[in-house]
Design a protein around this ligand. Structure first.
Ligand code: ATP
Length: 303
């Protein structure tokens, strides 16, 4: 994985520093008599990682769905780089917002590379007839798509598994692949819905590094996550939803220390420093991984 800390202006979809990428205003979503999201304002600026937290059923996923064209908000407006979002998911993706889902949604029987190629189809210039006739233009475009997809797999650390079936990847790598597939649509904003769900501490830490590296490519990030340590380490700003409404928004220290957040969500003050137990757990997992690699060099993952 590339971990350069400078913004690369060659990244497609990358945004100039300080630009408002996402501007959601007064977003309300009702399902019959239930108001799942009520009057939520949220902005994400370029270069930022913003977290969205809240108890189960607070409306986080519903709000995400309003940002991706899956739902049209009952009230309010969502703008991406100044333009109101089109009311269809594929048009929102084409506009520059990509997402991952709470539950992994890969094409299990396709290869890792094919999954990324599918993610990039919104950026393929060749049209239907070109694909049918398979002329020189098509082959050139196909080669370029494969090259871009391989670059992404390189970045994410899965290039050596490009030809493996997605279903044979370990869980943590499937989650990475989902992110690579989302990045293939060349977004300016990436929405991550519980990216570390089900991960061990080592995988969570790797995901943290990956999200920083994506941000450093000039892609703004909005992330939902229940793992508070992950959120507070990662995010420039955190917004807290409770019962569909935004309770507070601020930097990690402000949110962690807010009595209403503690009462409504955290339950007890959050300790910023990782505990000795967790450090030991991560170190043990890393040592075990190294031993396995040393013991079985070049061992192929099952396909
Ligand atoms: N399609 C739907 N139809 C009816 N009610 C819905 C629908 N989707 C969500 N809800 C309700 O809206 C509320 C908010 O749900 P949502 O899934 O957005 O919460 P969440 O904060 O993402 O929760 P979690 O952390 O458990 O994923 C819940 O009461 C849920 O039952």
């Amino acid at each position: 994985m590339t971990t350069d800390t400078t913004t690369t202006d060659t990244t497609p979809g990358a945004t100039a520093p300080g630009e408002v990428v996402l501007d959601a205003r007064g977003v309300t979503m009702r399902f019959g008599g239930l108001t799942a999201v009520r009057g939520v304002d949220l902005t994400v600026n370029s270069g930022e990682i913003v977290g969205l937290i809240g108890p189960n059923g607070a409306g986080k996923t519903t709000f995400f769905n309003c940002l991706t064209g899956l739902y049209v908000p009952t009230e309010g407006e969502v703008r991406y780089k100044g333009n109101v979002l089109p009311p269809k998911s594929f048009k929102v993706t084409a506009a520059g917002i990509a997402r991952t889902f709470q539950n992994i949604r890969l094409f299990a029987n396709m290869t890792v590379l094919e999954n990324v190629l599918v993610g990039g189809h919104t950026r393929t210039k060749e049209g239907f007839w070109s694909a049918v006739l398979r002329g020189p233009g098509f082959h050139k475009a196909e080669a370029a798509s494969r090259e871009r997809a391989m670059e992404l797999l390189e970045f994410i650390g899965l290039a050596d598994k490009a030809e493996h079936l997605a279903r044979n990847l370990p869980y943590g790598e499937q989650r990475k692949l989902e992110i690579a597939r989302a990045l293939a649509s060349e977004p300016g904003l990436l929405l991550l819905d519980e990216p570390t769900a089900g991960m061990n501490p080592q995988e969570t830490r790797a995901t943290e590094e990956l999200v920083f590296a994506i941000r450093d490519k000039g892609i703004a990030i909005l992330v939902i996550e229940h793992d508070m340590r992950f959120i507070f380490n990662l995010c420039d700003r955190v917004a807290v939803l409770v019962q569909g409404e935004k309770l507070i928004e601020g930097d990690s220290a402000t949110v962690q220390g807010d009595e209403r957040v503690i009462a409504a969500y955290l339950g007890e003050p959050f300790e910023n420093a990782p505990g000795e137990e967790e450090i030991a757990e991560v170190e043990a997992a890393e040592a075990a991984a190294e031993t396995t690699t040393d013991a079985a060099p070049g061992k192929e993952n099952d396909r």
